[in-house]
Design a protein around this ligand. Structure first.
Ligand SMILES: NC(=O)c1ccc[n+]([C@@H]2O[C@H](COP(=O)([O-])OP(=O)(O)OC[C@H]3O[C@@H](n4cnc5c(N)ncnc54)[C@H](O)[C@@H]3O)[C@@H](O)[C@H]2O)c1
Ligand SMILES: N[C@@H](CCO)C(=O)O
Length: 596
């Protein structure tokens, strides 16, 4: 059987840049959320949420909490009061933070870079410690966004004709974010803080303080009392940039725009009780993320095979009934395997419990039964990580929907397989490479599923469902095993200017029939899939108009996969919260009285 598309050449030659440009979103993370080094992973998740929604992100970051003061104090101690030199020193905190943020994003498989002010043509005028932004080379940023999902920008600092570099005054990262939104045409900036909006008074000190849903720039300047930098509010009004003030992971925000003040209805729901089943490569990452939000989740004892191997025995169990507890709101299934896992998910869904899973084997095999149970009870079933790990390909298909008329999907969609081929071409033996993939947490419990193409076939079966709406069982998808690849073949391909790849492909033919297959192919080095390294996944999605979209990410491993699972959990949490307060969107226009 020939799996190649007739029009493959045309498909692969087309530049992904010809597809619809992604929406751009400017997010700002201040030192109220970047307090310590361990805050970077949670912040990376917040950015990932926007990428899943199909946006490109400019993430503007502050220094870690306390670092700017520490630098300024150090400067004063060592050399006294020389503003231009202090500005050079103080900005180091933001440069440091931007690099850490880009690294945290890379860990979960997001293509991120950071740029220094001189690389972005970011210029300011004024006093060295209190300058105002005047120029930006927007094309330089947009060019970076062609090949990255995120550009991380150090806030608070810019170049200066006289002083070389300067800072923008305390809270200056807000100003950087507003300026970038205006110059990049985003017209909206989301400032992520440790509060979920602007209140009539500091809610940490005054429990009677009320949150604004919306307020004008002038009101914001009065009410925010330093929460938003004053210069940033003035710049936003002048440049017609809408400001949102929001907490991490929140559905809510206070909007600052040219609108009258309006109060927000309280939006508080009970914590979700989570039953986590499995604490292996992926489950341990998800547990870490869940524990990071004790304000949102209560966790039942986690299901594992050998509780005594875990440090806190009491929090683990090998008893499924104990793990499920009385009535969890959500079951997170990460035990793997097709039938037992599917039975657990079916039973949960039947009783109205929401389910999040990464298990392509179970969902591909029991797709109809699982969805029928969810539909009957109204419970949600989410499985973003089942295809692509942290690469949000299912979300892309859902966004394109029926209207785009997807014609074909091809991809490198097994991290283990790609890792194996990469190692073989470096001269490793097959067994050494498999053992390493297992050690790194990429491989399935039985790595034969990765090696013989079964895992890719499960993923294709799910892609076919989501893209074409038809059933194509895994066992009807022909596949070629990686066992057929030798070190010599991998190296010979490289010598010919090709790379071997395990390619999964599904497509609609002219009669509307769906085909799919998995095969090992030599791709020329300039093929869009050829550059996928190690556990990376890449997908090419072509629609009826011939437009092609290329999606990159990490397809396997703890953090990319756990990030996708946790993003499903957070989407569900936000959805339930909004559902529990249907009046939220329609909060009344009530002028607020200051309570302090
Ligand atoms: N590892 C990845 O990179 C990755 C990526 C995407 C999707 N997935 C999917 O995520 C799921 C979990 O994968 P993983 O890599 O974490 O697997 P894993 O083997 O590392 O972890 C599974 C855990 O579940 C436990 N378990 C299995 N059956 C159990 C049972 N009956 N009772 C108690 N404990 C049980 C195992 O002991 C193990 O600790 C699988 O469905 C896999 O296909 C994994
Ligand atoms: N074993 C799978 C996990 C992600 O689905 C892989 O290597 O791609």
């Amino acid at each position: 059987m020939n799996f190649k598309l007739e029009s493959e050449a045309a498909m692969t030659q087309q530049d992904s840049a010809t597809a619809q440009p992604a929406r751009l979103c400017v997010l700002k993370f201040g030192s109220s959320v970047l307090r310590v080094e361990s805050d970077y992973p949670a912040t990376a998740l917040e950015i990932y949420r926007h990428i899943r929604d199909g946006e490109k992100v400019v993430a503007v970051v502050s220094a870690l909490g306390g670092e700017t003061d520490a630098l300024l104090n150090q400067g004063m101690r060592v050399g006294g009061d020389a503003p231009a030199l202090l500005a050079r020193l103080a900005r180091v905190g933001e440069l440091h933070s931007a690099a850490l943020m880009a690294l945290a994003l890379t860990r979960i498989g997001v293509r991120a870079c950071t740029m220094d002010p001189h690389e972005m043509g970011l210029m300011a005028e004024g006093a060295p410690l209190d300058s105002n932004l005047t120029g930006l080379d927007a094309d330089a940023i947009l060019a970076k966004l062609d090949h990255h999902e995120v550009v991380v920008v150090p806030g608070f600092t810019a170049g200066h004709d006289e002083y070389g570099v300067v800072t923008l005054g305390r809270g200056g990262t807000d100003l950087t974010a507003v300026f970038f939104a205006a110059r990049l045409g985003a017209h909206r900036v989301r400032l992520i803080k440790d509060v979920d909006g602007v209140y009539t008074a500091d809610p940490a000190r005054n429990p009677l303080a009320e949150r604004y849903a919306e307020l004008s720039y002038g009101e914001a300047a009065k009410a925010s009392a330093g929460l938003i930098q004053d210069k940033a509010i003035v710049a936003a009004e002048a440049q017609d940039v809408l400001i949102e003030v929001a907490a991490m992971g929140s559905a809510e925000a206070t909007t600052v725009a040219n609108v009258p003040a309006r109060s927000a209805l309280p939006l508080k729901g009970p914590k979700l009780r989570v039953a986590l089943l499995g604490c292996g490569a992926v489950g341990a990452g998800v547990l870490d993320y869940l524990k990071g939000r004790p304000d949102l989740f209560e966790i039942n004892p986690v299901l594992v095979r050998r509780p005594h191997l875990h440090e806190e025995h009491a929090d683990f169990t090998d008893d499924l009934h104990r793990a499920l507890g009385e009535a969890p709101d959500l079951v997170v299934e990460l035990i793997g395997g097709a039938d037992e896992a599917a039975e657990i998910m079916r039973s949960a869904l039947r009783s109205g419990t929401h389910v999040v899973s990464a298990n392509k084997a179970a969902i591909a095999k029991h797709y109809d039964a699982l969805h029928a149970c969810a539909e009957a009870s109204g419970a949600s079933l989410r499985y973003s990580a089942a295809v692509g790990g942290g690469t949000p390909v299912l979300e892309m298909l859902a966004r394109l929907g029926g209207s785009a008329g997807i014609q074909a999907i091809e991809g490198v969609m097994n991290g283990t397989g790609n890792f194996l081929i990469s190692r073989l071409s470096e001269g490793w033996s097959f067994d050494e490479a498999v053992a390493k993939a297992q050690e790194l947490g990429f491989a399935e419990a039985d790595p034969a599923a990765d090696v013989d193409g079964h895992d890719v076939a499960d993923k294709l079966s799910l892609l076919v469902r989501e893209a074409f709406g038809v059933a194509l069982p895994t066992d009807r998808i022909a596949r070629q095993s990686l066992r057929e690849v030798t070190t010599e073949q991998a190296q010979a391909a490289l010598a010919r200017g090709e790379v071997l790849k395990q390619v999964g492909r599904c497509w609609l033919d002219a009669d509307g029939r769906v085909h799919a297959g998995v095969q090992i192919e030599g791709l020329s080095v300039d093929h869009p899939l050829a550059g996928a390294r190690n556990e990376e996944n890449r997908f090419l999605v072509r629609d009826a108009a011939g437009l092609e979209r290329c999606l990159h990410g990490k397809g396997a491993g703890r953090w990319p996969t756990a990030s996708a699972v946790f993003a499903d959990i957070m989407d569900l949490q936000r959805g339930l919260l909004l559902k529990s307060a249907p009046a939220f969107e329609m909060g009344e226009a009530i002028p607020l009285l200051r309570t302090a």
